[in-house]
Design a protein around this ligand. Sequence first.
Ligand SMILES: *Cc1c(COP(=O)(O)O)cnc(C)c1O
Length: 360
Amino acid sequence: MTVYNFCAGPAMLPPEVMNKAQQEFLNWQNLGVSVMEMSHRSAPFLAMVKECEASLRRLMAISDEFDVLFMHGGGRGQFAAVPLNLHLDNAPGVYIENGIWSTGATQEGARFTTVEGINVRNDDNGQFDIKPVNQWLLPENASFIHYCPNETIDGIEIFDVPKHKTAPIVADMSSMILSREINVDDFDVIYAGAQKNIGPSGLCIVIIRKTLLAREGLPCPSILDYKIEAKQGSMYNTPPTFSWYLAAEVFKYLEANGGVQAMEVHNKNKAAILYDYIDGSDFYSNKVAKHCRSLMNVPFWLKDDNLNAEFLAQAAQNNLVALEGHRLVGGMRASIYNAMPIEGINALVSFMEKFAKEHS
Ligand SMILES: *Cc1c(COP(=O)(O)O)cnc(C)c1O
């Protein structure tokens, strides 16, 4: 029995990786102990993390101008770490607000620094829509520009990258890292909680331009301090070792399967199948403008909300699980990260067709 798990996060991981982790769970590299039972400073673990970083650098073509940090605290840890580390006196943290997560980042930033929120939603036509990036009015004076390229809850993705003359561009890529090709040089800080496209929760990857480590910032807990983590090889304290190991396995798996380029083709195919079906149906709808539809998170609504509970129950009976939309937007949401196979999309569409026919 194959269950297709559409959870937004923690999300499904590649079955190949999960099977390998199971096989070596009690006895990693023939050491007679589990990877989670050994010192993070032992030679085998250090060799693993070195290769993990090298693998991520190859996958994303990350140059030597960047450090890669493996931190604690997920995406939200970075909502605090970004303003604490990047704050400049007399310059606001500028937050692009394009959905629920980026607005959450603004609120957290406001606890530590002066923030300027810029709403770039353009929902006047009754759709979830985003103003084109070149029409965003960014102030000249900013400590940093923070935005979220993929809004996991709203199902909105921004494919262009904002530019600024002086301020670093910071991107919360928690739900789209490694899903399509990006040019890392267009950014200054990229961060991503692991539990959507990388591995188990607890780990957060931060890719940071080395020149930014010179910023003094604000007094900051050592565990969130980029300078300290960079200096200590992300081992200021005990890192989330099992999550780190699993991330390394996912990277290996991605490299063996065509890398990010292949993932992008795979993800665009999957999203097209689902959106095309929804657009062609008069039973389901998606409210996001076409140019900014997420490749990773596909929200959809039934024409009658009273059918939601029955839809979810029948979907689960058909081994299609975790389709309930986020409580803030309602409806359904299919999260279709890298690990979701095309078979899962086909199974979902077949079920949706059948359900619509029976309830029209
Ligand atoms: C899931 C998510 C987060 C929060 O991650 P946590 O690890 O739970 O803190 C932040 N930003 C985005 C875009 C997300 O999808």
